[in-house]
Design a protein around this ligand. Structure first.
Ligand code: HEC
Length: 100
C-alpha cells in the first residue's frame, strides 16, 4: 500500500507534476511574499517555463523578496502558470469578468 503510493508519487514527480500539498504551500507563499509589492494579476497573466519563473523569482529576490519556501512557490507557479497553460484573455478585468 505504502509502496504503491511511493511509486505513484515517484512517477508523478518524474513526469514533472507537483503534488497538491506542495502547490497549496506554494500558493500560500505567494500570498505572503508577493502581495506586499503588487497585485497577483501581474504574476498570473504570465505563462513562463520553469527556467523563466526561476529567473523571475531571482529578480524579485534582488528587489528584496524573502522566501521561506521558494521550491514550493516555484512548483506552484510552474504547475499553474507554466508556458503550457492557456493564456488569460487580455480583456478580462481584475475580477475575472469580461469588461463591458
Ligand atoms: C519588493 C517588492 C516586490 C515583491 C515582494 C515582489 N515583486 Fe514582483 N515586481 C516588483 C516590481 C517593482 C515589478 C515591476 C512592476 C511594474 O513593472 O509595474 C514587479 C513585476 C513582477 C512581474 C512582471 C514581470 C516583470 O519582471 O516585470 C512578475 C511576474 C512578478 N513581479 C512576480 C513576482 C512574484 C512571483 C513575487 C512573489 C514571489 C513578487 N513578484 C514579489 C516588485 C516586487
Amino acid at each position: 500500500m505504502m509502496r504503491t503510493a511511493l511509486l505513484l508519487l515517484a512517477s508523478a514527480l518524474a513526469a514533472g507534476a507537483a503534488d497538491q500539498a506542495t502547490i497549496e504551500k506554494g500558493q500560500k507563499e505567494e500570498q505572503r511574499t508577493c502581495l506586499p509589492c503588487h497585485s497577483l494579476r501581474i504574476i498570473h497573466t504570465n505563462r513562463l517555463s520553469r527556467a523563466g519563473w526561476s529567473k523571475e523569482l531571482d529578480k524579485m529576490a534582488g528587489w528584496g523578496t524573502k522566501y521561506t519556501d521558494r521550491d514550493a512557490l516555484l512548483e506552484y507557479l510552474v504547475a499553474t502558470y507554466g508556458d503550457d497553460k492557456p493564456v488569460t484573455p487580455p480583456e478580462m478585468s481584475a475580477d475575472g469578468r469580461t469588461k463591458q
